[in-house]
Design a protein around this ligand. Structure first.
Ligand SMILES: [Zn+2]
Length: 486
């Protein structure tokens, strides 16, 4: 594309998104208020899908047999570019907006602790802008918005990939709201989430304990066994658990049922599988020791993320073109007050992550921030083979389609994900500005791919080279997406 055309595309995207700014902000705020958790995002999915339908997109709801998943398309033929949106919230993250102290709206209620209200709205804004460019420049190809539910502990996209919904997609782009701006260039951990259910025999704990077989004892012994295992697995692996059924509240009854949910993570899926086999053996051992029976139920799984460098460079270029949001004096006062509420350790964690991405020293990054609430630059990424200690279901998309994503600054530097500080900022001008900036970057990058199909070819070739073996869904066919247990 000629430079002058490029410039006019960027300008038009900018203007178009600014024109729509109020209704996009309304949409994001509405989703913030719905705060629906995984696979129950009925109102949020409807709000997004309805908006797209009104704007002339062809919307398919309930795709892949998941009620809150949808795909909105515009255009025809190849290439097919997908922008991914998420909109699920977290339980226990309820928090009032725009304040600098912890104050839940509803004790134990849901909240958008990961900013997915913004995450889902920016690509929607972007596909609308791309539609306008397709029309204006006579571009051929299809732009799609993927409504991806259940990212938080649900692996929604892994199910969507398993159902073949990405089979004809040529490139996928997305972003995540964060506390700095830069390409998401790190890999993530693959994982398995598995329920271990123990079944024993109930009995009177004083009168006939010898007749009882305690399922709760089995859970405890299993956890102890796994604690010993941790020393003998690769250091990048993680094993977490939550006891989801303690067998009741009566100490005078030997517990006949108990359940523990394990989340096993490692850089590669085969490493997760290997650790899972060993955890299974420990569970069997615990059952043997206690005279109980154990059964396993895979809840969900996801693959590691393969960042596509070819596409990442396109995103980075666009991020630099659009730059960072500018804030008013009033916004800066709020940002500074919020920054006081972010612990030094959380800031250090952010600096360490940026250091992994950019290759700069942690101290250098700390100095760059100084006592400001925001970084003043887009961090350039280095092509290093490093892993972020976390998981995302974007991983499974990245195995079948060249995929790139970025962090867009929406919150003050160091704001941790899944925190009240993040929820509180999710409806402020800081977040809105970051979201609209992200929308422009996504739109401009998508248009670039439509106009330069050689980038897509290069990205595909890169994926072929990077991917170790063919993709196999980590979730067996019979497993269905499951909402949060309450
Ligand atoms: Zn998230």
């Amino acid at each position: 594309m000629r430079t002058s055309t490029k410039l006019s595309v960027s300008r038009k995207i900018d203007e178009f998104i600014e024109e729509k700014r109020n209704s996009l902000i309304d949409l994001s705020d509405t989703i913030w208020e719905y705060a629906e958790t995984r696979f129950e995002e009925y109102q949020s999915a409807k709000a997004l899908a309805d908006y797209l339908e009104k704007e002339g997109f062809l919307v398919e709801r309930g795709v892949g047999g998941i009620e809150t998943a949808f795909i909105a398309s515009y255009g025809s033929g190849k290439p097919v570019i997908a922008l991914l949106g998420e909109y699920d919230a977290l339980s226990g993250m309820s928090q009032k907006d725009g304040i600098t102290n912890y104050q839940p709206i509803e004790e134990g209620g849901n909240g958008h602790g990961c900013g997915h209200n913004l995450l889902g709205t920016a690509p929607l804004a972007a596909v609308l802008a791309v539609k306008k460019m397709i029309k204006e420049y006579g571009i051929s190809g299809t732009i799609r918005y993927y409504g991806c539910p259940g990212e938080e502990g649900g692996s929604g996209k892994t199910f969507m990939v398993r159902e073949g919904l990405f089979d004809d997609v040529d490139s996928a782009l997305t972003w995540h709201p964060g506390s700095y701006s830069g390409v998401f260039s790190l890999s993530t951990l693959a994982n398995y989430q598995v329920y271990f259910q123990f079944k024993g025999t109930a009995s009177h704990a004083a009168n006939s304990p010898h007749l009882g077989r305690s399922a709760l004892d089995a859970v405890e012994l299993m956890n102890i066994g796994v604690n010993y295992l941790r020393e003998h697995i690769i250091s990048d692996a993680r094993i977490h658990y939550a006891v989801t059924n303690t067998g009741g509240f009566s100490p005078n009854v030997v517990q006949s049922d108990a359940e523990v949910l394990y989340l096993i993570r490692a850089p590669q899926l085969n490493q997760v599988k290997e650790i899972y086999e060993r955890v299974m053996n420990i569970a069997k051992g615990a059952a043997l020791m206690t005279g109980t029976e154990v059964s396993f139920k895979l809840d969900k799984a996801c693959s590691n993320y393969i960042p596509n460098q070819t596409l990442a460079h396109v995103l980075e270029e666009k991020m630099e073109d659009f730059g960072l949001p500018e804030y008013t004096e009033e916004e800066m006062i709020f940002a500074k007050a919020m920054s006081q509420q972010i612990k030094e350790n959380d800031k250090l964690a952010a600096f360490t992550e940026i250091s992994k991405v950019s290759g700069e020293k942690v101290n250098q990054i700390r100095e760059k921030l100084g006592d400001k609430p925001f970084f003043e630059e887009v961090f350039k990424h280095q092509t290093l083979n490093l892993t972020l200690m976390g998981s995302t279901d974007v991983g499974d998309v990245s195995w079948v389609v060249p995929t790139a994503q970025f962090w867009g600054a929406c919150f003050v530097a160091g704001t941790p994900l899944h925190s009240w500080q993040l929820v509180s900022q999710g409806k402020t001008a800081l977040a809105h500005k970051g979201m609209l900036q992200a929308a422009k970057v996504l739109a401009d990058a998508a248009v670039e791919l439509f106009i330069n199909p050689t980038i897509i070819e290069k990205a595909k070739q890169e994926l072929e080279e990077e991917r170790e073996g063919a993709y196999e869904s980590p979730i067996p066919r019979e497993v269905k997406p499951s909402p949060l247990k309450k």
